[in-house]
Design a protein around this ligand. Structure first.
Ligand code: BG6
Length: 509
């Protein structure tokens, strides 16, 4: 497919310049900070998207000096970051802005030291009192950090011209009650418009492209409803296992880790009504309406429409890998699910009767995140005896970022035979460049005060409310076995049955 990419000035944040500021990164010695957050800031600096007057203060329990912190994050950025190759000269320039403040999260003295260091750097570097507070710690310490920030006077802007914002990583709560409680703690210290709850899927170019595809083209939106769409499939499949996160995953599982957040975000973007404008309030208002329209699960629906599974040993890429129960820090009797498939129904005018099938899992056959919109069959096939596949619009979120459309075409030859063909657009070919790191996009948006791609407090609670009944049913059903699936497969057989029952099959990526 030829993709002629004429540049149109439609960037929603390009015109806004990042102001001088300090970023205070809590959990700075952790994996996420080193692998994603700091490399994302480097990426922004390397692309001239950060103000030259900038400072990052890492705060964590590990004792380190500024220099050892710089060396540690450089090593991590060069070996495991997702922003591509790190240029040594550019890194040197960037690293001169990195500082470290060791401290305990429940110790007011540590926060007083942090406030002092921050004030000195602000003064020396003329940062204008602007602060981005980034919580990249285990979620258990969010409440205490928020409270300490409040007590240390770090949560409020010092002047009417300056700003203070806080980014809070997922998971935001473990269920709707704990999310509500956390929202209350956060709102005790910050205004909602200072709070940026991050879900990195929303920072992926291909996820944002879903909105561009729907609302900047004339051809898709008229078909985007129950009259033309037969069903929707959303797959977020990983080949990785739980890696070194066994301890965290044991108490989390795929429903909390992926469905409540990433998969429901994708569902909202596929299903939302056109927002009045592309701004935080309008877009987020439409997103929450989708969550509120999803039919709530009851006991019977959980049994019929939700499938869980746990990976057993099997081959990934030709190599044997252990089962989940053999992973470090995982109980040999664990009942934690590493796979979920479910059927959702959205009770509104646009989607009534159109099933949305979601599935996610670790140690599956292929790493892929995709959304498949399957259209209704043509009402009448005039080519008698010729079966025609339904049309599909496939949005490849990752790793082969792009879009494809499948349709029937006449096979060459004297006979009237029909073949299924696809038209493909890939980001790499269409735009000649790869997509950017999701974290770079989101940190950039937050620095510019654009919350469109962040989650609002009410919306996180609404997403938890949907999964609450499933969590309850599963925790009560202690003797029901959790179906196993071999690593390298597409999950338990029950997942296929979920679609077969309705006359469908999962799209094989
Ligand atoms: C995270 C989950 O939010 O998303 C991880 O906690 C998961 O378990 C990851 O591996 C997947 O993200 P991505 O961008 O690699 O699809």
């Amino acid at each position: 497919m030829s993709t002629n990419t004429v540049e149109v000035e439609t960037s929603w944040s390009a015109s806004l310049l990042a102001e001088p500021c300090a970023v205070i990164l809590f959990g700075a010695s952790g994996d996420l900070a080193r692998r994603k957050v700091i490399p994302a800031l480097y990426d922004l600096a390397a692309h001239n998207s950060l103000a030259s007057r900038f400072a990052l203060i890492g705060f964590a329990r590990t004792p380190m000096t500024d220099d050892t912190f710089r060396a540690a994050v450089e090593e991590a950025a060069k070996s495991i970051s997702e922003v591509g190759p790190i240029d040594s000269e550019q890194w040197k320039e960037f690293a001169a802005n990195l500082f470290y403040c060791p401290g305990e999260y429940n110790d007011s003295q540590s926060f007083a030291r942090l406030a002092k260091r921050l004030a000195e750097l602000d003064e020396q570097r003329k940062l204008g009192g602007n602060r981005l507070l980034y919580l990249s710690t285990p979620p258990e310490v969010y409440p205490v950090i928020v409270e300490q920030l409040g007590r240390a006077g770090l949560a409020r802007p010092a002047t009417p011209e300056s700003w203070v914002r806080i980014i809070i990583e997922k998971p935001f709560g473990r269920d709707s009650a704990s999310a509500r409680e956390l929202n209350q703690i956060v709102h005790g210290v910050f205004e909602e418009n200072q709070v940026y709850r991050i879900d990195h899927y929303l920072g992926k170019d291909t996820v944002q492209n879903l909105l561009v595809l729907r609302f900047s083209n004339g051809i898709f939106e008229p078909l985007w409803n129950r009259n033309y769409v037969d069903h929707v499939q959303i797959t977020a499949a990983e080949t990785l296992g739980v890696e070194r996160r066994g301890g965290f995953y044991e108490t989390t599982g795929a429903l909390r880790d992926m469905i409540q957040s990433h998969c429901l975000q994708l569902t909202s973007l596929v299903a939302l009504e056109p927002p009045a404008t592309f701004d935080a309030t309008a877009v987020r208002n439409e997103k929450i309406k989708v969550l509120q329209s999803i039919r709530p699960f009851n006991l019977e629906m959980v049994a019929q429409n939700v499938v869980r599974g746990q990976y057993a040993a099997g081959p990934i890429g030709g190599k044997p890998v252990p089962g989940y129960r053999q992973e470090p820090n995982v109980s040999p009797q664990s009942r934690t699910e590493t796979f979920v498939a479910m059927k959702l129904l959205i009770d509104n005018w646009r989607w009534a009767g159109v099933p949305f099938y979601l599935r996610t899992g670790k140690r599956l056959a292929k790493r892929t995140t995709e959304i498949v919109i399957q259209f209704r069959r043509a009402p009448h096939i005039v080519f008698r005896g010729r079966d025609v596949e339904p049309n599909k619009l496939i949005l490849n979120i990752q790793p082969d970022e792009g879009i494809s459309v499948s349709f029937g075409a006449k096979r060459p030859g004297t006979e009237m035979n029909i073949g299924n063909v696809t038209m493909n657009f890939t980001y790499r070919e269409g735009f000649g460049e790869a997509t950017r790191s999701a974290y770079a996009t989101l940190v950039n948006d937050c620095l510019r005060g654009d919350a469109t791609l962040f989650d609002r407090g009410d919306s996180v609670e609404a997403a938890w409310k949907l999964v609450d009944p499933i969590l309850e049913v599963w925790s009560a059903a202690k003797s029901t076995p959790v179906p196993g699936y071999p690593a390298g497969s597409w999950g338990p057989r029950e997942s296929d049955h979920l679609l077969e029952r309705d006359g469908y099959a999962w799209h094989t990526p």
